[in-house]
Design a protein around this ligand. Structure first.
Ligand code: GAR
Length: 189
């Protein structure tokens, strides 16, 4: 079994979609969800889906090895599904090409620090861009700069609002993220 641990800071709709996608898989399973945010909606989803979920403190992530040691024991792959913090170098080094993030725009555009969730969609709208999309990429120590695995795009029209852009992007995420994870994990054997 390839074990996935998901990190999520917010609502967790992508986490739920990934958990459900792999629920009947014989090769891949989501074993745990970790969050930095005690109010994250992902906790309710995990309770409903019967998936263990844990809150962690910044210090156990950045300053000591608590989260790293948990991951070394529990994870073959780490998936960031709406996770807000930068991954510390020690975790990146321990999981080379095993940490995958989804970004709600077409990187390298609209990436970097602070570019999270609705901030991204507002920036896309303000820029007048004619398209946006999703980028699934490996994680390195820099925000949104790891090698790109997959991108898909969607049109942005004049009548789109940041909210309608978010909805279009979420649809692309739900359609592609679990399938891209499945194919890269199975390719690695
Ligand atoms: C998703 O759109 C994801 O791409 C984005 O946060 C949203 C989380 O939604 N991630 C980032 O912005 C990372 N920079 P969800 O909690 O409903 O899955």
């Amino acid at each position: 079994m390839n074990r996935i641990v998901i990190f999520a800071s917010g609502s967790g709709s992508n986490a739920e979609n990934i958990i459900q996608f792999f629920q009947n898989s014989e090769q891949i399973e989501v074993t745990h969800v970790l969050s930095n945010n005690p109010n994250a909606g992902v906790f309710d989803r995990c309770e409903r889906l019967d998936i263990p979920a844990s809150l962690f403190e910044k210090s156990s992530f950045k300053d000591d090895d608590t989260v790293l040691n948990f991951l070394l024991a529990e994870a073959d792959y780490i998936v960031l599904a709406g996770f807000l913090w930068k991954i510390p170098a020690a975790i990146v080094e321990a999981f080379p090409n095993k940490i995958v993030n989804i970004h709600p725009a077409l990187l390298p555009k609209f990436g970097g620090k602070g570019m999270y969730g609705m901030n991204v969609h507002k920036a896309v709208k303000t820029s007048g861009a004619k398209e946006t999309g999703i980028t699934i990429h490996y994680v390195n120590e820099h925000y949104d700069e790891g090698a790109i695995i997959f991108q898909a795009s969607t049109a942005v029209t004049e009548s789109d609002t940041p909210e309608s852009i978010a909805q279009k992007v979420h649809e692309l995420e739900y359609e592609h993220f679990p399938r891209v994870l499945e194919s890269l994990i199975l390719k690695n054997g």
